[in-house]
Design a protein around this ligand. Structure first.
Ligand SMILES: [Zn+2]
Length: 396
């Protein structure tokens, strides 16, 4: 029990800011976050947070320097890191933007910056830098990420210096369609998180075994027993490397901690993220503070992984990683999808068009207003529109 609490602290502090990990998405760097799961801060809902919002995204908190931001003027300013990336990706990137065409009439734009601005250190924190690879790495920072000078000093090679996107033209991964895969990454760039990592949609199958970081409330679409972690492409390699760390550790206390982490590589997102394990892209996030949370599950979201994401790179022959919970949907297999859903578009419009006020607003949780009654309804029905109020709202 004691060991477990220590672990929770270590693990939660390892959650990253990238939407992604090693294979279908890339490894998240370590970031400090809230040291414990935080699901229950519904009391901080304020009058202008719409309970009907459909979203699992970052939350707009203007003026809070320690939180990710949305793009000013609804415009993503971007550049390709080098000419090879430009040549390989530009057409595909344009196709992905077309898939989000519904955003156009709401004033959303993309603006490629000059080479000089791309190379400018002063502008680095406000321009999306796009990197190319041929091995299937996809990852993107959520919105405009926080740039932490201390983090850069501590980890100069991995620290986030500004908005970053890694794209690939490798076939047979993700949604099995490159423009759709890039459209998914654009969703992250605008601020959307993975639909399947909303912890409220997960149910722990059994009270025996490891303790999952999932809340009891919410309508459940995923069950922990259905997560076939052993089918992930990097499962063996990651487990083996942590086992080597255990076997070579002479300090018994540290060895116990490593063993605890090993046991939770397939259970707690923070542990998976710490070791660069792709399970970090599937597991429920343990900290929903500063995120807007769905009132309704969206099975058509481009931000939802298909069942086989992470199970290799050979398209429809990939191994199944997770299915829907039995009887929660008509078909248990989560299909691939080729374009954003209407709800995906609505989320971004709501995030940018209706920004929530800062946390300095007085929470509406103490009166008998109409809002208070709606809040009570939301509580009793288990639907929450947003949670918490701590630093570093992050998501993989
Ligand atoms: Zn993603």
């Amino acid at each position: 029990m004691h060991l477990f609490s220590i672990l929770i602290f270590l693990l939660a502090s390892a959650e990253g800011v990238f939407g992604g990990s090693r294979f279908w998405e890339a490894k998240a760097p370590n970031k400090r976050t809230n040291p414990r799961p935080d699901y229950s801060a519904i009391e901080t809902i304020n009058a202008t947070s719409s309970l009907s919002k459909r979203a699992f995204s970052i939350e707009s908190r203007p003026g809070q320097a320690e939180l990710p931001r949305i793009w000013p003027k609804k415009t993503i300013r971007y550049c390709f890191e080098n000419s090879q990336g430009h040549d390989k990706l530009e057409g595909l990137f344009r196709s992905a933007i077309e898939l989000w065409a519904q955003l156009n009439r709401h004033g959303f734009k993309y603006e490629e910056v000059s080479d000089a601005e791309c190379k400018s250190e002063d502008k680095r924190d406000s321009v999306l830098h796009i990197h190319y690879n041929d091995y299937g790495r996809f990852s993107t920072t959520l919105g405009i990420p926080v740039v932490d000078a201390q983090e850069i000093a501590d980890n100069p090679t991995t620290a986030v210096r500004g908005p970053t996107m890694h794209l690939s033209d490798k076939e047979g991964v993700g949604q099995e369609n490159t423009p759709a895969n890039i459209a998914h990454e654009l969703g992250h760039a605008w601020g959307l998180a993975h639909e399947h990592q909303n912890p409220y949609y997960w149910e722990q199958s059994s009270i025996t075994g490891p303790s999952w970081s999932v809340p009891m409330t919410g309508k459940k679409y995923f069950e922990t027993d259905d997560f076939n972690c052993g089918n992930l492409e990097d499962h063996y390699k990651i487990h083996k490397s942590v086992q080597v760390l255990i076997d070579t550790e002479v300090d018994l206390r540290k060895r116990d901690i490593l063993q605890g982490e090993y046991n939770n590589l397939c259970v707690l997102r923070g542990v998976a993220s710490k070791y660069g394990f792709s399970a970090a892209d599937w597991l429920p996030i343990s900290n929903t503070a500063n995120m807007v949370i769905d009132a309704q599950f969206d099975p058509d979201s481009i931000m939802l992984y298909p069942s086989q994401a992470g199970g290799g790179d050979n398209g429809a022959n990939r191994r199944v990683i997770m299915k829907y919970k039995k009887d929660s949907m008509p078909d248990q297999i989560i299909p691939i999808r080729h374009r954003p859903s209407n709800m995906d578009v609505d989320r971004i419009v709501a995030l940018y068009g209706d920004p929530a006020p800062s946390t300095l607003e007085v929470p509406h949780n103490s009166g008998s207003s109409e809002f208070h009654n709606r809040l009570k309804d939301a509580r009793s029905s288990g639907e929450f529109s947003r949670a918490g109020d701590t630093k570093d709202g992050t998501c993989g």
